[in-house]
Design a protein around this ligand. Structure first.
Ligand code: VG1
Ligand code: CO
Length: 543
């Protein structure tokens, strides 16, 4: 095997964010960009020699080209085997599962997740470790540090591998194994959930719409929902992965999945609606006439997970990211199990899951998952909902109302200001940080601040500390404001303002969240002068 050791120079800015390295696709297409990052990754993990990697992506523009480069570099760096999803496709949770069941040393996932795709949009690369989860900060830091000193990368000169030919082939001295992206994942789902009960639910006339948003879950949803569970043909829409996601924004929220929302709120709504994102790790849940916020979904799933075969023994604990509403904490309290509050990003759940301290995890950004893999998992959440609905034989709306009656309703909304001036946004956060100690006791309309801090997290398993994870302002009347800057964007800065207020009075459970949160929204504006900082009258996206 002839290995070319190619001289290179460090490329600035190859710093992984909340979930891997994300840039404009054209940046990834500049000479040596992918090569440098991959070599830095291999170097940072002690080399690739003798190792097995799982490789796949969400099918966006440049997916296959990047995979071919990675395969040539893995071979040149001495990897023993690469397991690749057919067509270069693997959803993020399916990749996590494959790493685990095949006991691979790690994986490379090509995706910019919910960001749009195409030559003028976004691309990304994420490294996952042997537990199947996103690399922890210690590893992403090591990768970034290596990108700063890199002077060569190894690659072999070979023809492209046929990514559509199932089975084994060789590339240099390395085995490339092409697997069907759905098989192992579907087997795991049938183990966790009562497929017979869900099949009976569909057979009884239960109707559903699943919007795959032209992204990677299409093949998974077709196979599992329609073929295995008997949902009517046509249940899955936008089910063929497209390099630019049909020109859309594969982010399952009421704004970007507006077609599904319109259907679910209209006269022809099916019983249940769901959507997933670019790489299949997010989920949106909608009942007939009722949207379920991701934070509520986590709480409802936690309260009912024991109804599914995979969770009959109950939960060890529930973990949520800090900005996620505290609805799940109330369930944990009632169940008498621990509740964990982690920084944003799935990598922070890894240790809790590995250590058996948490069983269910969730984020307000439409990520929910469990210890079955080490990533959030869109279709898993949809199947758990279906399993619970099949057992409880209730509508989503009745389930949600019953949940609120038991636990109270945590009204919740996130306001995003996208593509704002990065310097101004950072100054706003820094300034807020400096004023935190002056906030307690100050009043904003009917609300006053109880405490305010700059969220820092100490991992209970390995003791590692992550600081500056967001500004947290706790107010009276069960209100809370969180502010942080996104770590997944590719243009300017995105300011995220997370708003929450608890309502205990059942006669006030059917308010419009924006209305119910108006005092909290006004307090956030008064505290942080968001309009002035962003130069915007209103957020770009409200979820
Ligand atoms: C966002 C979400 C975060 C999520 C991350 C990756 O990060 O807020 O909850 O884990 O995206 O999701 P940020 O830093 O932009 O707020 V995915 O589905 O894009 O991999
Ligand atoms: Co995603």
């Amino acid at each position: 095997m002839y290995v070319v050791t190619h001289p290179t120079r460090p490329i600035g800015g190859q710093k992984p964010g909340t979930s891997g390295l994300r840039k404009k696709t054209k940046v990834f297409m500049t000479p040596h960009y992918v090569e440098n990052f991959i070599q830095a990754t291999f170097d940072a993990i002690g080399g690739a020699r003798g190792k097995t990697f799982v490789i796949g992506g969400d099918g966006r523009y440049f997916n296959a080209q990047a995979i071919q480069v990675i395969l040539r570099m893995a071979a040149a760096n001495g990897a023993a085997r690469c397991i690749v999803g057919m067509g270069g496709l693997l959803s993020t949770p399916a990749a996590s599962n494959l790493i685990r069941v095949r006991e691979a040393d790690g994986g490379l996932i090509l995706s910019a997740s919910h960001n749009p795709g195409g030559i003028d949009e976004d691309f990304g690369i994420k490294y996952n470790t042997a537990n199947g989860g996103p690399a922890p900060e210690s590893v992403t830091e090591a990768i970034f540090n290596r990108t700063k000193t890199l002077s060569r990368y190894n690659i072999i000169e070979k023809q492209d591998v046929d990514l559509n030919a199932l089975g084994e082939a060789t590339l240099g001295d390395m085995v490339v194994e092409i697997v069907h992206p759905v098989t192992d994942y579907a087997a795991l789902m049938s183990f966790l959930f009562d497929f017979n009960a869900i099949r009976a639910l569909f057979a009884s006339g239960f109707t559903m719409r699943f919007d795959a948003m032209h992204a990677v879950t299409g093949p998974y949803a077709h196979a599992i929902l329609e073929e295995q569970l008997g949902a009517a043909p046509g249940t899955v829409v936008n089910g063929v992965p497209s390099p630019d996601f049909g020109g859309g924004h594969p982010d399952p929220n009421p704004v970007w999945a507006s077609g599904l929302m319109t259907l679910m709120m209209g006269p022809d709504a099916p019983d249940f609606g769901a959507a997933s994102d670019g790489d299949g790790d997010r989920n949106m849940i909608v009942g007939r006439g009722i949207y379920v916020t991701p934070s509520d979904s986590l709480a409802v799933l936690a309260a009912n997970a024991h109804l599914a075969p995979g969770y009959t023994d109950g939960l060890m604990g529930i973990a949520r990211s800090m900005p996620t509403s505290r609805a799940a904490d109330r369930v944990a309290e009632k169940l008498g199990i621990p509740a964990f509050e982690t920084p944003t990003g799935w990598k922070f759940f890894g240790n809790l899951l590995d250590d058996g301290q948490a069983t269910l995890c969730g984020e307000e950004s439409a990520g929910t998952g469990s210890d079955h893999v080490r990533e959030k998992d869109g279709l898993w959440a949809v199947l758990l909902w279906l399993n619970i609905l099949a057992v409880r034989k209730q509508s989503v709306s009745d389930m949600l109302n019953e949940h609120w009656a038991t636990y109270g309703r945590n009204y919740y909304s996130r306001h995003d200001y996208e593509g704002v001036n990065a310097g101004a946004a950072e100054r706003m956060i820094t300034d807020l940080r400096e004023r935190l100690s002056t906030l307690p006791g100050t009043a904003y309309g009917p609300l006053s601040v109880i405490e305010a801090d700059d969220f820092a997290y100490t991992d209970p398993v390995d003791g590692s500390v992550s600081e500056h994870q967001g500004i947290r302002i706790i107010l009276t009347q069960g209100a809370r404001i969180v502010m942080r800057l996104s770590g997944t964007g590719t243009v300017g800065a995105t300011l995220r303002v997370y708003l929450e207020q608890v309502e205990e009075d059942p006669s006030r459970f059917d308010r419009d969240p924006q209305d119910a949160l108006s005092d909290v929204i006004a307090a956030a504006e008064a505290i942080a002068s968001i309009r002035e900082t962003t130069g915007r009258d209103a957020p770009d996206v409200r979820t």
